[in-house]
Design a protein around this ligand. Structure first.
Ligand code: GDP
Ligand code: IMO
Ligand code: MG
Length: 433
């Protein structure tokens, strides 16, 4: 195996960062595809926490190439801040980073329009609950063919013209949503700051798709790191409560400019339960003490926004959809330890809608909101030993849960995670083998 894609199987925050960090041991390059600083991937090594937002979670392995693919939307100031934090830890010291020149740039007006639009939608009860990092507006500009690309940060006249063109369209909209138009001084500062960031990033910019293709052709191990989750995919997720990029495995090919015939394996990451941040239907949501217990035990608060994550039981219809959309041939089950101590565990094995049983979520968000989960109940388990490294080290009920989920999902597990630390992992198969 040479090319492996890691993808979130649910609504994000499944523990992709931890798994990517582990798999990077066997990889030569790690490529982030899609999204931007809406992602927050937390890595815990010997008690020390690192959160990656734009930079691939392979960054803790010095010398491994870290690529930001052309399908991303990059806030240059966030990127420089993240680079600074990692360098302060002695990382990224060997020129590991490659920033795709074709990636799009998030500018302050993207965040401004998003904030006023979300505030207005909130009062109308239609808020998406975005991370307010400018993701949607930057992808809108890209699709409208007036986006600013990383490369444009090196061409002052082009950047100025693009900002002017964009603001010409956006200012009336900002005013319509009740916001204040930026002053001429603000706009010129935005441009100067973006140009300065571009100069700092210049040595890291390059042709990401060509480099990735060459690495693959040379038989190198290339790991793609998905952000968000399958159910947040723009085309196939729970639209409109989704992000604005392709989060499924196909997005890796699209973002990196790599043909699908080159992909060897797709590993989906699923939690042992489900979480969701922001709005949108969530049939297995637990709006009670059990949900709160899971939130506290799992530390389910957003790494990017600090928002409490909505928690619920594992949702197999949603997981099946994720498996199907990305063609997952392996799964990693994370956060099994978080369910320890609960007297019983429920799993939604199907939904019921208007008397009909469904094995996958319905496409319409209102239908999904009305769907009733069909639960099966399993016995709970006590603490999972910190040093569990084999499935046989798990309490019997936890092992039965893992086996049942694997059977229901129809895909074998390649690892089971029982704690945030690198070592707290039951490795079952090597994705690059
Ligand atoms: P990502 O966005 O998919 O990378 O996931 P996040 O990093 O946003 O959220 C996952 C959180 O769970 C992080 O704080 C991880 O450190 C933590 N985590 C990952 N795996 C496990 C696990 O098996 N058990 C526990 N208790 N925490 C885990
Ligand atoms: P990682 O990579 C969880 C959600 C937001 C919101 C919707 C749209 O850490 O798993 P956006 O800012 O993208 O326009 O917001 O998508 N969302 C995430 N939820 N994890 C993420 O990333 C997310 N990225 C976006 O909460 O509901
Ligand atoms: Mg996250």
């Amino acid at each position: 195996m040479s090319v492996v894609i890691v993808v979130g199987a649910q609504w994000g925050d499944e523990g992709k960062g931890k798994v990517v960090d582990l798999f990077t041991e066997r990889a030569d390059a790690v490529v982030r595809y899609g999204g931007g600083a809406n992602a927050g991937h937390t890595l815990v090594i010997n008690g020390a926490k690192v959160v990656t937002r734009l930079i691939p979670s392979g960054v803790l392995h010095p010398g491994k190439r870290c690529v930001l693919g052309d399908g991303m939307v990059i806030d240059p100031h966030s990127l420089l801040e993240e680079i600074g934090q990692l360098r302060a830890k002695g990382l990224l010291a060997r020129g590991e980073l490659l920033v795709g020149q074709g990636a799009h740039v998030i500018l302050p007006y993207h965040k401004l329009i998003e904030a006023v639009r979300e505030d207005k939608a909130k009062s109308a009860g239609r808020m998406i609950g975005t991370t307010r990092r400018g993701i949607g507006p930057a992808y809108e500009a890209k699709a409208a063919r007036r986006g600013v690309r990383v490369r444009d940060l090196l061409i002052p006249a082009r950047l100025r013209a693009l900002v002017e063109q964009n603001l010409d369209e956006l200012v009336p909209l900002i005013l319509h949503f009740g916001g204040a138009a930026p002053t001429a001084d603000e706009v010129s500062k935005w441009i100067d700051d973006a140009l300065a960031a571009g100069e700092t990033l210049r040595p890291m910019m390059g042709d990401a798709s060509r480099e990735v293709a060459h690495a693959v052709a040379a038989g190198k191990h290339v790991l793609f790191e998905g952000a968000q989750g399958s159910l947040l995919d723009l085309d196939h997720g729970t639209y409109p409560y989704v992000t604005s990029s392709a989060t499924i495995a196909a997005g890796a090919c699209q973002s990196a400019g790599l043909g699908p015939t080159k992909v060897d394996a797709v590993i989906g990451i699923t939690k042992a339960y489900a979480t969701r941040v922001g709005g949108g239907p969530f049939p297995t949501e637990l709006d009670d003490e059990t949900g709160e217990r899971i939130r506290q035990a799992g530390g389910e608060f957003g790494a990017v926004t600090g928002r409490p994550r909505r928690c619920g039981w594992l949702d197999l219809p949603a997981l099946r959809l994720g498996v199907r959309l990305s063609g997952m041939d392996g799964l990693a089950l994370t956060k099994l330890d978080v369910l320890s101590g609960l007297p019983e565990i429920k799993v939604a094995i199907a939904y019921k809608l208007d008397g009909v049983e469904l094995d996958e979520p319905p496409m319409d968000p209102d239908d999904m909101g009305r769907a009733e989960p069909v639960f099966t109940t399993m016995p709970g388990w006590g603490p999972i030993p910190k040093d569990a490294r084999d499935l046989s080290d798990l309490p019997a009920s936890a092992r039965h849960y893992v086996e049942a989920v694997e059977r229901w999902a129809g895909v074998p597990f390649s690892l089971v995670s029982v704690g945030p630390e690198r070592a707290e992992t039951i490795a079952i198969s090597d994705p690059f083998a």
